[in-house]
Design a protein around this ligand. Structure first.
Ligand code: SF4
Length: 449
């Protein structure tokens, strides 16, 4: 053993994949992962800098690790620019601070402060590194995994500092992505969650370069990737899809059951004026037409989205337009955030901030509107039999998800007939058929078929 590393992973699934890569390499280098501060020779904190509350959580984690252990390496989205300076000022004794996806700096810092050893000898080569599972270290349960297909983003949404932190879009070769997906499937993964900052832009930076997967020529683009992943016989779920016209091309794959009929598209707003201020594409009328066309091709399609209310300049008229659009779009799953300025975002310079009490009222009205829509759409599932992937089994029954539910962010399907659950010996990762008996605005309840 080279030593023990404690690890704190904060933030979104993209940061989680960074953590998995760092942990995988640490294991390859012979380090053990310590679940507590006392045993760890050094602690790595992978931070999140998305919004102020996330930054505060990261700062608190760094402070705690400094207090409890004292040897701390900081990485992630707060490891660049003013945030990095703030970390060093608050904790001058942190060993190293590096930015997101900067694996080399984190590993270099661990090696420097806890040198790798083989049989107690520093710098030796470990002949047993192939004992590492081929899929690497995963922080998700064994039956699902995030598959990161690119890093960075070419857009410049005014509320977002991700391009400053992670740079412009850099896509991974499609052969690498499919190879990783296959290893994950061989290790027992039943659901792949495709993630990036902008999944539909995949391959733009590589000019859709031709690549080969199992002798088949594929272009580095979202449609070809969806086709290749659709051959693996597992659930494939697309996240963070920007509403480009070519998204239309993956809908038939969903209708054919190749990939899950699920699209996570962050629309953010519906008012053309606010979308322009956000520097997002502005034709929401066309988007409504496309949603209708998608549903005509794939009636089971689930659409999840996120929105921001109280953006600078948002009037009551803009907000009402958003509510009307929401009623017409009838999205299935929706998250909503009250706008809050993030240091370094260009939206901070926009005039006409929306007062906090108005933001709060609009958020409540938005959530009330969407809850009625979500409840109505979920109610249609009562009486249907759905395929459900089991996430957890306890003394009350089993909890799983249908094709319409991404882990962590969407609802669950609860199966409370404990006798059947026990009789079948259900375990996480099992796929079962469930007849839905009850629904609320988020979750479903049913019995095993
Ligand atoms: S699409 Fe916009 S919000 Fe998403 S990462 Fe890129 S700049 Fe940020």
């Amino acid at each position: 053993m080279s030593g023990k590393v404690g690890f704190i992973s904060l933030g979104c699934p993209k940061a989680l994949v960074d953590s998995e890569r760092i942990l995988t390499q640490l294991k390859l280098d012979g380090y053990d992962i310590s679940p507590n501060y006392d045993d760890a020779d050094v602690v790595v904190v992978n931070t999140c800098g998305f919004i102020d509350s996330a930054k505060q959580e990261s700062m608190d984690a760094i402070n705690e690790a400094m207090k409890e252990n004292g040897k701390v390496i900081v990485t992630g989205c707060m490891g660049k620019g003013a945030d990095a300076e703030a970390i060093k000022t608050a904790n001058p004794n942190v060993l190293s601070v590096s930015g997101p996806a900067d694996y080399a700096s984190v590993l270099g810092a661990v090696h420097e402060f806890v040198p790798p050893k083989v049989d107690g000898v520093e710098g030796g080569h470990n002949p047993y590194i192939d004992l590492m599972p081929p899929q690497g270290i995963k922080l998700t349960p064994q039956h699902y995994a995030y598959l990161k297909i690119s890093e960075g983003c070419n857009h410049r949404c005014t509320f977002c500092i991700i391009p400053n932190m992670r740079g412009d879009l850099v896509s991974r070769p499609i052969s690498d992505v499919v190879e990783e997906a296959k290893k994950l499937v061989e290790s027992g993964v039943r659901e792949l969650l495709v993630i990036s900052q902008d999944t539909s832009a995949y391959g733009v930076d590589m000019k859709y370069k031709l690549d080969f997967v199992d002798g088949n020529a594929l272009e580095t683009r979202m449609q070809d990737l969806a086709v290749a992943l659709g051959e693996l016989g597992i659930w494939v779920r697309l996240h963070y899809v920007y509403p480009y016209p070519h998204v239309d091309k993956v809908i038939p794959l969903m209708a054919e059951g190749k990939i899950l009929p699920y699209l996570d598209i962050p629309f953010q707003h519906a008012s053309p004026k606010i979308l322009k201020l956000m520097k997002r594409p502005g034709n929401q009328e066309k988007v409504l037409e496309r949603i209708k066309a998608w549903r005509a091709i794939c009636p089971d399609l689930t659409i999840r989205s996120t929105f921001i209310v109280g953006f600078p300049g948002e009037t009551e008229e803009d907000f009402q337009l958003l509510l009307d659009w929401l009623e017409e779009a009838e999205l299935d799953r929706v998250g909503c955030f009250k706008y809050s300025p993030v240091e370094g975002a260009t939206a901070n310079q926009l005039p006409d901030p929306v007062p906090e009490d108005v933001q709060q009222q609009r958020w409540e009205r938005f959530m009330e509107t969407q809850q009625v829509i979500s409840a109505r759409r979920l109610q249609r599932k009562v009486g249907q039999t759905l395929e459900v992937l089991i996430d957890d089994v306890d003394e009350e029954g089993a909890v799983g998800r249908s094709a319409a539910d991404a882990p962590e962010i969407d609802g669950n399907v609860f199966i409370n007939d404990i006798e059947s659950v026990v009789a079948l010996g259900l375990e996480p990762g099992d796929m079962v058929q469930v007849t839905i008996e009850h629904a609320d605005e988020y979750d479903l309840w049913g019995r095993l078929v």
